[in-house]
Design a protein around this ligand. Structure first.
Ligand SMILES: [Zn+2]
Ligand SMILES: [Zn+2]
Length: 228
């Protein structure tokens, strides 16, 4: 088995946990060396609102600002890994170069987060322009590799300008780019939802999407991303 990211051969063979559980554990998609470049947000103090590394009990300064605009928003986000060079390079290769296979890189972690998840999973949509360029929605790709079923109720009707090409101030001012697909509205009315994106950067995308879903009758919303 070769590491999906660096191509190095990873050790195969029966692992201890396979002997203990008598089940075949799927081979690792990442080698240990690549995994060691990731900084997990699972066992460190984080902001409950956005999952960034944060030691205080209170919401972080970013979330406090959002709270002014969205006072009744529940602020519950889970991110797997801290944004760093490894994540940046992965995003570039997967999302911007359009290497679909790299959507498998975080399959196991995504699987275990969504295992037993009862909420409706809603991926953040991308614009038609991005879809044409890339050929796929990178968030749906992540969920598909992990075998997580989702409902694509949101439609992106914005211009498709890359958020990453804007500075922070411009991002914050960007207008609402999402609408709900009316034919799927019963999937959100009165339902508990979990919104999924690849990265949480400023939060602007999540807040637009959450706002759109709340206005269309969602009961509750939490959010998930691979990185923060
Ligand atoms: Zn590797
Ligand atoms: Zn926060």
């Amino acid at each position: 088995m070769n590491c999906l990211w660096c191509g190095k051969t990873t050790k195969e063979g029966i692992q201890l946990r396979e002997l203990v559980s008598f089940t075949r554990v799927e081979p690792m998609v990442r080698c240990d060396s690549c995994s060691s470049k990731l900084v997990s947000l699972q066992n460190v103090p984080i902001c409950r609102g956005c999952s960034r590394h944060w030691i205080e009990e209170e919401l972080c300064s970013d979330c406090q600002k959002w709270k002014v605009e969205y006072p009744s928003y529940p602020f519950k986000h889970t991110a797997l890994y801290q944004y760093n060079t490894f994540i940046k390079e992965w995003i570039e290769a997967y999302k911007y170069t359009g290497d679909y296979r790299l959507g498998e890189l975080f399959k196991k972690e995504i699987q275990s987060f969504f295992f037993k998840q009862k909420k409706q999973v809603i991926p953040i949509p991308i614009s038609d322009k991005s879809k044409q360029l890339r050929g796929f929605n990178q968030v749906e790709g992540l969920l598909e590799f992990a075998g997580v079923s989702y409902t694509a109720v949101l439609i992106h009707c914005g211009t498709g300008e890359k958020q990453s090409s804007k500075d922070r101030k411009m991002r914050m001012l960007s207008p609402q780019p999402f609408v709900v697909d009316k034919s799927l509205q019963m999937n959100i009315k009165g339902k508990h939802l979990i919104l999924v994106d690849d990265i949480y950067t400023t939060g602007r995308t999540f807040f637009h999407a959450a706002d759109c879903l709340m206005r269309n009758g969602a009961q509750s919303i939490e959010t998930f991303s691979v990185s923060r």
